[in-house]
Design a binder for this molecule. Structure first.
Ligand code: NAD
Length: 288
């Protein structure tokens, strides 16, 4: 099974941290990309941010100005969801909420061709559950990028119970053609990475809650002794506590309250206070 042809348009729904990054990756690979967000102006702001980041890479000689111009010409704002109707692949990266995601996909089913692949960047929600009720659940797949999407190589290609094999294969080959390192996974809550890594982070949060050590010490330990690129506190500050807390709750519920995945009250406090991490200037650490 081959990757999607470069002539195929890619629709990206949600222009937050992940959607903007995924749109950049697809545009860099030569696809024409339509980026849609239901928050007015959000997609345009996201493209401006991508532009700033790419310009920095020109200064650091990672790209030429011509390459950046070509990438940016591939990136377009979709003012309405209807503008992604010509896409061969739609990647959804909106809020981690089953109902909201299902509503968007049912709207997409009404406008896209039955051959279009529907992919969700969900971190934790069952692909089988998300596709339930769709007219064509067999063309639905998880395409789980990691943050920041233009830099992180790993992509989990997640098959639900009824995902067609060729759909997963095309998604896998497309991720590879985009310079990523895809892996296949069956749809289980948290897939592979969030399942394996989450208990490490949960334990760090418990240690912090019990005042055993401070965030910097615990992060350093996870990095140096555990071999992770980031510790729990710096990583969740990067992910965004609203997003991470929602993912933890979803994994916890999906495993019927398994203690290993129990959400942290410390993190809930941060969400309640609006201390969402880097994006708001403060989380476990201050970024002001
Ligand atoms: P975000 O909050 O930064 O962005 C979400 C965007 O979706 C917002 O701009 C919002 O306006 C938009 N949106 C919400 N509802 C919408 C709708 N109905 N239609 C169109 N746009 C809508 O979130 P994020 O961090 O980019 O995460 C998005 C998804 O990616 C979530 O499912 C999350 O679990 C997953 N994910 C996040 C990370 C991470 O590190 N942040 C990593 C991997 C996967």
């Amino acid at each position: 099974m081959a990757a999607l042809d470069k002539a195929q348009v890619i629709g990206v729904i949600g222009a937050g941290a992940m959607g903007a990054g995924i749109a950049q990756v697809a545009a860099q690979a030569g696809h024409s990309v339509k980026l849609y967000d239901n928050r007015e102006g959000a997609a345009a702001v996201a493209i401006e941010l991508v532009q700033k980041q790419l310009n920095r890479l020109v200064e650091r000689k990672k790209f030429t100005a011509e390459q950046v111009k070509a990438i940016l010409s591939n990136l377009q704002v979709a003012e309405t969801l209807g503008e992604v109707s010509q896409a061969g692949l739609v990647v959804e990266a909106i809020v981690e909420n089953v109902d909201v995601k299902q509503t968007v996909f049912s709207e997409l089913e009404a406008i896209c061709s039955p051959e279009c692949i529907f992919a969700s960047n969900t971190s934790s929600i069952s692909i089988t559950r998300l596709s339930a009720g769709m007219l064509h659940p067999e063309r639905f797949v998880g395409m789980h990028f990691f943050n920041p999407a233009p830099i992180m190589k790993l992509v989990e290609v997640v098959s639900g119970l009824v995902t067609r094999e060729d759909v997963a294969q095309t998604t896998y080959e497309t991720a590879a053609a985009w310079g990523k390192m895809p892996v296949y996974a069956a749809s289980t809550p948290g897939f592979i990475v969030n399942r394996v890594a989450r208990p490490f982070y949960a334990e760090s949060l418990r240690l912090k809650q019990e005042q055993v050590a401070d965030c910097a010490t615990l992060d350093a330990l996870i990095r140096h002794a555990g071999g992770f690129r980031m510790g729990a506190f710096e990583l969740t500050d990067l992910i965004g506590h609203d997003v991470n807390y929602a993912v933890t709750c979803s994994v916890f519920d999906s495993y019927y309250g398994d203690f290993r995945f129990q959400p942290s009250l410390l993190q809930k406090d941060l969400v309640d206070a609006g201390y969402l991490g880097r994006k708001t200037g403060a989380g476990f650490y201050s970024y002001k």
